[in-house]
Design a protein around this ligand. Structure first.
Ligand code: S3P
Length: 454
């Protein structure tokens, strides 16, 4: 269910102290979605720990409940999922409401395209303006009957009852959601479905399907293949902390002099670690400790110390590996010495918001020289030459535009602002990081959530 949007929350920043201590951010959003999807269609009972109890992953969970899957929990991030098998889902009695979650709607369209029953999927204001042609197009090639609203936007309606056929599909954009959609439809197709991407994207679908016993191949040309008709066997999944949530604290500790934070049990899958590489290229002091592998995914504790960052031209090959981290990287860039240039990131324009425009607008309100471009941004940082108090931002009122990561990024800017920053629309933070304010304040942020009655 999408959150009650009549409850409005504004964040207000105030003076911070250096960030210190150890903390564990909530579970990985991408893996939490997949843990529910795959355990629901597996044979047998699966246990999940570390599940993200945020609105997005709960939207996925509720949609499987609506399709007849019995799921116990979540309690403290633990779930027990009684899988119904690849052919055991039932027609939902209502439209499936996926709230703000692009991952849910795009992966579910693949997973549900080959079912025998019809289903309609809807979302909130942000999701309703996001492009779904990127999943509808390959699904149609596979023989699915799928309808979108005007210009390929949600709602998405699947007619059901189609026998899917395998395709070879080079994805037009680097998108793990599109890749995953096609692979999941491939599970229900006749023959071997193959996907190839223009740049490597997160591979949690491939890793987790393997953990459920599905054979999934990758050849030396980059084609990822899956044969239809395979069944999944239940397994236990331990979801590590989300590197995309840890990213706010990585930037925060980097930009506040005197900080040292230890972020515990963070997933460091190499398709997700662009944030670490980029901050290190900017001069960030970040080290990985206690590296280990849990359930087929690499995990580490990440130590971050304050450092004077410098501007760089971000290498384009790192863009898909840090795709969710650019809002907070723009904040880091505003604190760096010199110019930071981002190119090759036009995908940012079709995220939960247009992250190039919304961040540039907000940064400009806060007095930062941030120039949006078609596929990125140029940010001239304050470096050490900010105001006497070390400020890199002025105060002001900025908007989240229904985007959790924008709201949290401006909270991080508040650590180096000369006056309070007010951020409107912060109820959306609950989609990925329900205890953000609590953890941030524990680490040393000055941050208050204020309820606003309309
Ligand atoms: C996700 C893939 C990415 C990312 C999103 C989660 C996933 O989207 O931005 O937050 O779990 O597969 P795209 O595939 O559209 O790049």
């Amino acid at each position: 269910m999408s959150k009650n949007t009549s409850e409005k929350i504004k964040f207000v920043t105030s003076a911070a102290r250096p960030l210190t201590g150890e903390l564990r951010v909530p579970g990985d959003k991408s893996m939490s979605h997949r843990s529910v999807m795959f355990s629901s269609i597996a044979d047998g009972t699966s246990h999940v720990t570390g599940f993200l109890q945020g609105a997005d992953a709960m939207a996925t969970l509720n949609s499987f409940r609506a399709m007849g899957v019995e799921i116990e929990g979540p309690v403290n991030g633990e779930l027990t999922v009684h899988g119904v098998g690849v052919d055991g889902l039932k027609q939902p009695q209502i439209d499936i409401d996926l709230g703000n979650s692009g991952t849910s709607i795009r992966l579910l369209s693949g997973l549900l395209a080959g079912q025998s029953f019809p289903v309609a999927m809807v979302g909130d204001a942000s999701l309703s303006r996001r492009p779904m042609g990127r999943v509808a197009d390959p699904l149609r090639l596979m023989n699915a009957d799928i309808e979108t609203a005007e210009a390929g936007r949600p709602p998405l309606k699947l007619k059901g009852g189609a026998q899917l056929k395998a395709i070879d599909y080079p994805t037009p954009m680097a998108s793990a959601q599109v890749k995953s959609c096609v692979l999941l439809a491939g599970l229900y197709a006749d023959g071997v479905t193959r996907v190839k991407e223009p740049a490597i994207t997160r591979d949690h679908t491939e890793r987790m399907l393997s953990a459920f016993g599905v054979e999934i191949g990758k050849d030396d040309q980059g084609w990822i293949s899956i044969e239809g008709g395979q069944r999944l066997s239940a397994c236990d999944i331990d979801v590590p902390a989300d590197i995309s949530s840890a990213a706010f604290f990585m930037v925060a500790a980097s930009i506040v002099p005197g900080s040292e934070l230890l972020l515990q049990h963070v997933g460091i899958n190499p398709t997700r670690t662009g944030i670490i590489d980029i901050l290190q290229l900017m001069g960030g002091d970040i080290t990985l400790e206690n590296q280990r592998e849990i359930g087929g995914e690499p995990v580490a504790d990440i130590r971050v110390k304050a450092a004077q960052l410098k501007g760089i031209h971000i290498p384009e090959h790192l863009v898909p590996l840090a795709i969710d981290e650019f809002p907070v990287l723009f904040v880091a860039a505003a604190c760096a010495e010199g110019e930071t240039i981002l190119t090759g990131a036009e995908e940012l324009r079709v995220k939960e918001s247009d992250r190039i425009q919304v961040m540039a607008d907000g940064l400009q309100i806060l007095g930062v020289d941030a120039q949006p471009t078609a596929d990125g941004m140029v940010v001239r940082g304050a470096g050490l030459s900010g105001t006497v108090s070390g400020g890199a931002f002025g105060g002001g009122r900025v908007m989240s535009d229904h985007d959790h990561r924008i709201a949290m990024s401006f909270s991080v800017a508040g650590l180096r602002s000369t006056a309070p920053i007010e951020i409107d629309g912060c109820e959306i933070v609950a989609t990925s990081f329900p205890n953000f304010v609590e953890l941030a304040c524990k680490a040393g942020f000055g941050l208050q959530a204020v309820e606003e009655n309309e």
